[in-house]
Structure formats: structure tokens, C-alpha cells
Design a binder for this molecule. Structure first.
Ligand SMILES: O=P(O)(O)OC[C@H]1O[C@](O)(CO)[C@@H](O)[C@@H]1O
Length: 402
């Protein structure tokens, strides 16, 4: 980011701010939801009690000495932040560590009956099995007769707006997804398509966000791109363990694939295409530890950097990934997206509905209109979305143009 002075890092210590409400209200609500979803024994209940008490006024505790990932978290800053208030360290860091502590409390990484039991699985499967998912899948049949360009656009928008299906978000948004959206605050979709030309044989990296009703449309988009020959290969990056309630793990991907292949009509055909793409190696899955890391992508490790560098395009889905992509800071909203993503090793696109304060790449008129209509609520309400692309990332060019 050559000429862009770093903006202040977002912390959670301002009472009344959105980050503060996530730490003070949403995290306790998530703990309550987890204990209502699965019957944890007394030992786990006590650990959840301790985490709940610590969320309110405690300090960040280190991981147990025998935790398998203690060194990794030390490298990610735990030794610096342990002993400090959850509210006084970077918000991105404290949110991420909260999920690691939650998994510790429920014994996710420990030998025993709770080992690898996803505490969020009941809510994820309820969403995937909901009749609404059937309705969304059957809508695909109507799309089949439309021209390829129209189908592509619809599937891109399905993947984009699927990002509203975030279960953690709904815990504090009144129990349902926000009302239909007025539109995009930035739309670089033409540049995105130019990076995925017809007869393209390149690799698409898709950094997934939520499982269920977001992952399904992501998969449909990917299936379409493979079927139309716009890409030769897809690498789907998911989380190695449960995270931010609804983030997709490898198990969630299998659930989504099974859901699709069992569906009638066009959805089933897409599902079978994806199934064979997995079996013949055109669709591969990565669950890199850094995907659950508390740091911005600017600090990604070399192996991940090399993977993204080799892709024709990396599509980064969702709000959390956006925060990690541009840096979880109070950027002036007109800061160019390209300036903040130039460090990325190859062309990169963000598909995101706006659910936290971070924003960049707006033109001044758009920002002014949003503020005039809504104050600052547009930043967090989940009712706006964006498609931003930096086609020159990794080349030293700072423009969005290819
Ligand atoms: O599922 P998404 O789009 O990443 O959204 C999750 C978002 O929810 C929050 O937990 C609160 O907004 C953010 O921390 C995060 O950015």
C-alpha cells in the first residue's frame, strides 16, 4: 500500500460501538446458543461458564500448556495479548481468539466424546435442510433457459447475497436476514468477468465464508464457471475448524455437496458436476491453518501466498475475509481498494455484504449518499453489498483495470 498511511486499528473498547457490542453481547449469546444446541456434560458446562464470565470483565487467558496449536497462537500474538482485556486488543484478534477458546471449552481438540464435534453443526444443518433452501435450489430450473451471460450474472449475485446468510450475524440482527437490499455500493463485476474469459483454463481460488445458504450458491457459481469453460480448476479454501458460528469447514462442504446432488432438476445436475470435479481433481479443498488466523492477509504465510499467486483470480467471500483482506482499520471510505490490496500476490476480488465498519473503495458521491440516507448504519446492517476487484494485485500496478 505505497502511499496510504495506516488508519487506526479497530478495537472493541468503545462502548456503544459495533465491535463492542459483538464482544459484550454477541459472544455471550453464542455461548448460550452452543449450550442449548448440544448436551455438554458438567465439565464442559463449567468451562463454558468460565468463558462466559471472562467475556464480560475478564482478561485474555493463554491456551493450556498442552494445546496442539500453542506455538502457532504465540506466533499470532497470544503472548503479547494474554492478560489484556478482550476489549483493548485488535477486534479482529479478540473475535478470532474467542472462537478458539470456545472450541477449547467444548473439548473440540481433546480426545474424548466431544472430539471434533462441531458445536455449530445443529444450526448449520437446520439451515441447509430448511424448505427455503429447496425453494432457492428450484429457482435454478428457471435460470437454465436464460442466456449464459444472464445466468453467470445471476449466479454471481447469488453467491454475493448468499453472504447475508450468516448465522452469527442473525443472532444480533433480530433473528432473520435483513430485508432485500437496495443494491451495490461498488460494482467491479465487468473487471471480474474479464479475468475469467470464455475458454479460460486458469485456476480460481475461492476463499469461502459461510456454510449452508452461502456455500451452496458459491458452489453453483463454481460449477457454472467450470461448465462454461471459464476456468480449468477451482481451489476452495475453507476453515480447518468451526469458526464465527457458520463458517464453512470441509465437513460442511460435504454436506452441501450431498444436498446438491440429492436435489431434483438443475441443482442436482450442478451437484453431480461438482462431485465429478472433486473426483477428477478439478475441484480441490484447502483448509489452511491461517484461514482461522487472527491476522490480516497481508501477513499470510509463504505457502498460501504461492497458491494465490498461481491463480487467475482469487475471490474472497464475506465480511470477515474482507476485513482481513484490506486490514481491519478505520480507513477513509474513499481509500482506493487497489492501494489496500496491492500486497496480494495475484488478481483478487471481494464479494461481500457489509456487516462491519471497515470499508474502502467508495467514490465520494456514493459515501455521501449513504451517510445522508442512513447515517453510519449502512456499514453494519447487512443490507448493502460490494464487488471490488484489483486485477493488478501482485504486479506492482495499483489500478483496478486489467
Ligand atoms: O460471515 P461474514 O460475512 O464473514 O460476517 C461475519 C461478521 O460478523 C461479525 O462477527 C460481526 O459483524 C464480524 O466480525 C464478521 O466480520
Amino acid at each position: 500500500m505505497p502511499d496510504t498511511a495506516p488508519a487506526p486499528v479497530i478495537l472493541g473498547n468503545e462502548t456503544g460501538s459495533f465491535p463492542h457490542s459483538v464482544l459484550a453481547e454477541r459472544h455471550p449469546a453464542i455461548i448460550r446458543q452452543v449450550r442449548a444446541s448440544l448436551p455438554y456434560g458438567p465439565h464442559r458446562q463449567r468451562a463454558l461458564d468460565a468463558l462466559l464470565a471472562g467475556c464480560a470483565d475478564g482478561v485474555i487467558e493463554p491456551l493450556p500448556a498442552d494445546a496442539h496449536d500453542r506455538d502457532r497462537w504465540a506466533a499470532w500474538g497470544l503472548d503479547t495479548y494474554a492478560g489484556q482485556s478482550w476489549f483493548d486488543v485488535p477486534w479482529l484478534w479478540s473475535e478470532s481468539y474467542f472462537y478458539r477458546r470456545l472450541l477449547e471449552a467444548v473439548g473440540y481438540f481433546r480426545p474424548g466424546p466431544e472430539h471434533a464435534v462441531d458445536p455449530f453443526r445443529p444450526v448449520k444443518t437446520a439451515e441447509l435442510d430448511a424448505p427455503r433452501t429447496d425453494e432457492e435450489l428450484s429457482a435454478l430450473d428457471r435460470l437454465e433457459s436464460r442466456p449464459a451471460g444472464e445466468r453467470a450474472r445471476a449466479l454471481l449475485h447469488g453467491s454475493l447475497w448468499g453472504n447475508r446468510a450468516d448465522l452469527g450475524f442473525r443472532l444480533s440482527a433480530g433473528g432473520d436476514t435483513p430485508a432485500a437490499a437496495p443494491g451495490l455500493v461498488a460494482d467491479d463485476s465487468e473487471i471480474l468477468w474479464s479475468l475469467l474469459p470464455p475458454a479460460g483454463s486458469g485456476t480460481l481460488c475461492l476463499v469461502a465464508d459461510n456454510a449452508g445458504r452461502e456455500l451452496v450458491p458459491d458452489l453453483l457459481l463454481v460449477a457454472h464457471l467450470l461448465a462454461e469453460g471459464r476456468i480449468g480448476r477451482v481451489v476452495l479454501h475453507v476453515k480447518p475448524y468451526p469458526y464465527y458460528v457458520s463458517d464453512a469447514t470441509p465437513a460442511d462442504l460435504l454436506d452441501a455437496l450431498r444436498r446438491l446432488t440429492a436435489a431434483p432438476g438443475a441443482a442436482g445436475a450442478y451437484g453431480r458436476l461438482l462431485w465429478s470435479a472433486v473426483t477428477d481433481g478439478r475441484l480441490t479443498v484447502r483448509a489452511h491453518p491461517f484461514s482461522c488466523g487472527p491476522l490480516p492477509y497481508a501477513e499470510m504465510p509463504g505457502d498460501l501466498r504461492a497458491e494465490f499467486a498461481a491463480a487467475a483470480l482469487t475471490v474472497v467471500k464475506g465480511d470477515l475475509n474482507y476485513r482481513r483482506l484490506v486490514g481491519d482499520r478505520r480507513w477513509p471510505p474513499t481509500t482506493p481498494f487497489a492501494d489496500l490490496t496491492d500486497y496480494f500476490p495475484g488478481p483478487v476480488a471481494a464479494l461481500r455484504t457489509l456487516k462491519s465498519d471497515v470499508i474502502c473503495g467508495l467514490d465520494a458521491g456514493t459515501e455521501a449518499a449513504l451517510v445522508a440516507a442512513e447515517g453510519q448504519r449502512w456499514r453494519t446492517a447487512g443490507t448493502h453489498a460490494l464487488i471490488q476487484v484489483n486485477a493488478g494485485a501482485g504486479t506492482g500496478r495499483t489500478s483496478g483495470a486489467p
